[in-house]
Design a protein around this ligand. Sequence first.
Ligand code: ADP
Ligand code: MG
Length: 698
Amino acid sequence: MKLTDVTKVYKIKGGGAVKALDGVNFELPERGMVFLLGKSGSGKTTLLNVMSGLDTIDGGEIEYKGRNLGNFTPAEMDSFRNTCCGFVFQDYNLIPELTVGENIALALQLQGDRDTNAKVEKALRDVELEGYKNRRIYELSGGQKQRIAIARALIKNPEIIFADEPTGALDSATGTTILDLLKEISAEKLVVVVTHDRESAERYADRIIELADGRVICDTLTEHNTEQIKATTIEWKKPKMPLKAAIKIGCSNFKHHPVRLAWTILLAVIAFTFLGVSLTLSQYDRVRTFADVIHSSGAQTALIYKELSYYDENVINQSLDQFLGMGSKVKKYVHLTGEDLKLISSHKAGVSLLEYNTGRSQITSFQDSIVASSEDRESAQQQTDKHIAISAFGFMVLTEADCAGLGYTVTGRLPENSSEIAISECLVNTFMIAGIEEDGEVYSISSAEDIIGHKLPINKIISDNSWSGDTDDKTITGVVYTGCTREEAINHDSKPSFHDKLYISSDYFDGYTRIVSTLPEEYGDIYDLAEFVLNYADGDYSYKFSIEEIGRLYSASDMALMLKNLCLYLSAIFFVFATLLIINLVSVSVRRQMKEIGILKSLGADFKNLCKIYGGSILILGSIISVITLIATTVGVHYVNVYFNSAAGVVNIIKYSAVACISLVAIILAVSVMASIVPLIKLKKRSPSSIISQGQLR
Ligand code: ADP
Ligand code: MG
């Protein structure tokens, strides 16, 4: 190793600089024991660090085997330390998380050597500590620790051993045994020892280089130590971090920060549980749920209607609903047109009946014309055992085919155009009590045939919910027998007999409020129809089903969407905190283990190896978080289902899907690993010596 005009300047915070090395020149042989002697602060440690690649120089050149250390890439520098250098430090720099044997083995394992057992035994024998393999570091005396450090330096069979005040922390007797050991080693290797103890230097040295203020003031270069290291190629070894040691070092942090760890896990679990429920909810298949419900209800018919939703500026701004995806749109029924009917029937739905729905109370003039008061109605009901009706509830298109299908019979005939109308048996019963008023005169009615040809006064409709004062007289063409029971008539129960309608021909209105559609029988066809109806969108228009069994499902699926978004936003908030906590946990661990990181770097570990330590332990943490989260999410999903069950009467509206599960675990692990790398990036560029010295301050 040849040093030419080597300088090193430390910049001091707040300006100023210290010239720690000031033009150092010398050349070292292939073996022997060389002492760097000098007072404290003379630059010995700095010199050792730059020679061993623990630190960089600011001027001059260090040449090793014909190569300039200044030209090494950071990766080559890691390899250089890993392959060529062994270190012995004043305060041993063993890794407390590992046993004696593991500490020694790590140096070998970093070179990719898996089979370390015999070599560790031998190294322990060499330093006369046989049988100490499974001891903990804190169980050793200072001299024993230093011997373990020497064993660790030797086991890689490096070309040079660098020892910085190796006896500084030891009593003189123990120090002597250490120097004896190093002297023995120097028969085959170059051993560079830093000391301020002139006496021992003179006793052991083959050569003494004395420093003062960063300069060589004396060099006892003798004949026998001028033999130079030959320029041979260096065989680089890529550092590899053994997993077991990585996890042991990484996980040791957890027990040092239990509260922080608990918070990290708690917040991460909360964040990921919200995310998990949200992911699961995003898997909610609205169409399938509707199809399942329709199928299991056994319903034969469904009402299908059309809805218009639009923003109304007069409606108060429901911004929270909008934020959660519920929308603040106003919804209103619109009429189905012939085009709509064609579309719906093309999806295996039988379009059977068309309704034009109106509110009962709005047909008052019609009611007045029949029975004046509720007392009249009561007495009328008592006069006959037949069922009567005093008003009609909307209009329905009825064809002969419909009648045949529904089993209705007709006296007279069905209406053929918009000036004609047919009425139900119930209404005729009423007219048979009260008579029918036409042009100011009351005609008595004694049979269904009697009413045919009379005019029925019907309020003119302006729009859905408003009626003009005028009436529109329609000619009665027939009476429809729907087979309704007395109870149905009294309770105004419209289904299934549709006895309370006025029957019209299809050209009576331009469009219809809703259709009564027969449902397909096959599940696949039901699904197809449900898919069409639920997904139909033409601008702001959409179709809706209306059957009792799925009435509450609409709000349930709105709720699913809202919950999904709510969970997503909540998870985002907790996610930020959880990520910050993971980063913080790793940062604190990295700071606590700063010295160990420096040691590992001095042993040749690279950035990837360090990531393995913290990534590995965080991956374990991530797995713990994953397991708890999956349990919590399962519980969460269960309660969402319980809620839906009570709100919509639907069982298992959302299913816990494998996709949601796997994505969740993948996200947790990815976030954990990313968060663990962040604190390490700061250390990537720093020299091992500065990391170790920062770590020593702690
Ligand atoms: P020695 O090992 O001989 O006691 P050092 O090599 O540690 O001396 O230090 C040489 C000089 O460089 C000293 O003046 C010391 O204060 C300074 N020095 C050492 N390390 C640093 C550092 N990281 N930052 C600033 N100055 C430093
Ligand atoms: Mg020093």
